[in-house]
Design a protein around this ligand. Structure first.
Ligand code: URP
Ligand code: ZN
Ligand code: ZN
Ligand code: ZN
Length: 486
């Protein structure tokens, strides 16, 4: 047969176009687009369905130790399976360096965790917490050669934080290698000051987690991050942006031509801090950082997504169970500052955006594709292969039934969690068939993929096309001095 598989009768959408087309797939790639294709060994009838690029989930914590040592509930099998059921074809979790570890060891550890287990294609962002001379000069370039072209740093958490000086080192090293730096931006000192005052006065219930991480902590760190990155003309991506003022700082920097990018997450769009105020320890299920905000913030995040301030929409899946292995590892009623931060959501990321966004007319289907796949492929150097539907690209495809109704339950999820923060929500639209490189991974509610079927994706350098030089005057080549500093 001419094709291994033909998807017939669907409506195809990319980040720019929506059109009726069949898709012919051969050797894992899209080989033909057009009407009336046949000659497939197999055929999928997509009549009445949307045929979209498979999602690319680029912010998820899988088989990762937190700063305090707690292991996430999902490994690369359950994490990738859950991602697949939620319409994703590719995941990019983190490979986290803890202090004292070499990058070489970190990458080896995560290769061992991912390669035998992931059902989807994968890569990692490298978290850098210990930027020694050796790491900066030899190990980060080595990771980059390996196709790991994004590095992440934390401006908060005592065990992960990098100083502003180290952040400049990492930004310059990343820039020199063509890598993109990502950052968790919150002011550590401000948060610690709030935490100690709250705890000292006996305010230790989960709802005070949100109080202890005020919007100002995020806004200050975003402003500082923009200042540092722009000073050395390095690209910087702010993950999990949760405040209007933070997003506006990003929008302003972008309007000034700076290489600044932003991401937000479903929890900030579909939940509020009111969820923290539940009886007993229930509120710990909703402890994440930055914290949940309010309904006014939800409204402005939609605007920032549509305006292009924020290019990415990711789950920040950080699964810690509601038991002694996770949220309750410090007792059945832990003070808010002793609760593992994070919540699950890798499977619901795209369905939530489809239901609340596309089905309710808040975003176009094309913006949905951009936010769930195309923009991530571009920012993280995978767009030669992934993130769109075009001849020659990987046949990473999610076939969505736009009318399917689902009520969210924890037991309906395929992760290794015992709760979902989105319990009870009624969703319209669901990805019923998911392909990775032409292989059917999920179909009709069943897993079809084998453990370890996913490939490591060697990523390309960050593409800075279209950004004009913005380097600070003191650092411009005209002085012929900056070369000595970089
Ligand atoms: O609360 C969160 N988001 N936990 C995961 C770790 C991080 O900060 O990204
Ligand atoms: Zn972490
Ligand atoms: Zn974070
Ligand atoms: Zn995270």
């Amino acid at each position: 047969a001419e094709f291994d598989l033909v998807i017939r009768g669907g409506t195809v959408a990319t980040a720019t176009d929506t059109f009726k087309s069949d898709i012919g797939i051969r050797d894992g790639r899209i080989a033909a687009l057009g009407l009336g294709l046949d000659g497939g060994n197999m055929t999928i009838d997509a009549t009445g369905k949307f045929v979209l690029p498979g999602g690319i989930e680029t912010h998820c914590h899988i088989a990762q130790e937190s700063a305090t040592g707690a292991m996430t509930a999902d490994d690369y099998y359950s994490g990738s399976v859950s991602a697949a059921f939620g319409g994703n074809s590719t995941i990019v979790p983190f490979a986290a360096q803890h202090r004292g570890q070499t990058i070489k060891d970190v990458i080896r550890t995560y290769d061992d965790r991912a390669a035998p287990n992931s059902v989807l294609d994968y890569s990692y962002h490298l978290i850098v917490s210990d930027p020694t001379e050796e790491v900066l000069r030899e190990e980060l370039p080595m990771a980059f050669e390996r196709g790991i072209t994004s590095f992440k740093v934390f401006m908060t958490y005592d065990k992960m934080i990098v100083s502003d000086e180290h952040m400049l080192d990492i930004l310059v090293t990343a820039r020199g290698n063509g890598a993109l730096t990502m950052v968790h931006a919150e002011n550590n000192a401000l948060i610690k000051w709030m935490v100690s005052r709250l705890i000292a006065r006996g305010y230790d219930a989960p709802k005070y987690h949100a109080v202890s991480h005020p919007a100002a902590a995020e806004v200050e760190a975003i402003q500082r991050g923009i200042t540092l990155a722009s000073f050395v003309e390095a690209p910087l991506l702010f993950v999990h942006v949760s405040t209007d003022a933070g997003a506006r700082a990003i929008a302003e920097a972008r309007m000034s031509g700076q290489m600044i990018f932003g991401e937000t997450c479903p929890q900030y769009m579909f939940l509020t801090a009111d969820n923290l105020d539940l009886p007993g320890a229930e509120g710990t299920k909703f402890c994440c950082s930055p914290p949940l905000r309010d309904t006014a913030t939800q409204d402005v995040l939609w605007r920032h997504l549509n305006a292009g301030t924020l290019q990415l929409y990711s789950s920040d899946h950080a699964p810690y169970r509601f038991d002694e292995t996770g949220k309750l590892s410090n007792g059945p009623n832990p003070p808010f500052n002793k609760v593992a931060n994070g919540m699950p959501g890798i499977e619901l990321r795209a369905p939530l955006l489809f239901s609340e966004g596309v089905a309710k007319g808040r975003i176009s289907l094309n913006t949905f594709v951009a936010l769930t796949a195309t923009n991530a492929a571009r920012l993280f150097g995978m767009n030669e292969r992934k993130g769109s539907i075009a001849i020659g690209m990987d046949a990473d495809i999610a076939i969505w039934d736009p009318d399917k109704k689902t009520q969210v339950t924890a037991s309906g999820m395929h992760d290794n969690m015992d709760y979902t923060p989105f319990e009870g929500m009624e969703l319209t639209g669901w990805p019923v068939t998911v392909l990775n490189r032409g292989n059917i991974i999920v179909d009709g509610g069943e897993l079809k993929a084998e453990r370890g079927a996913g490939d490591f994706i060697k990523r390309q350098p960050f593409d800075a096309t279209g950004f004009l030089p913005t380097r600070a005057p003191e650092m411009t080549p005209a002085t012929n001095f900056c070369a000595k500093l970089f």
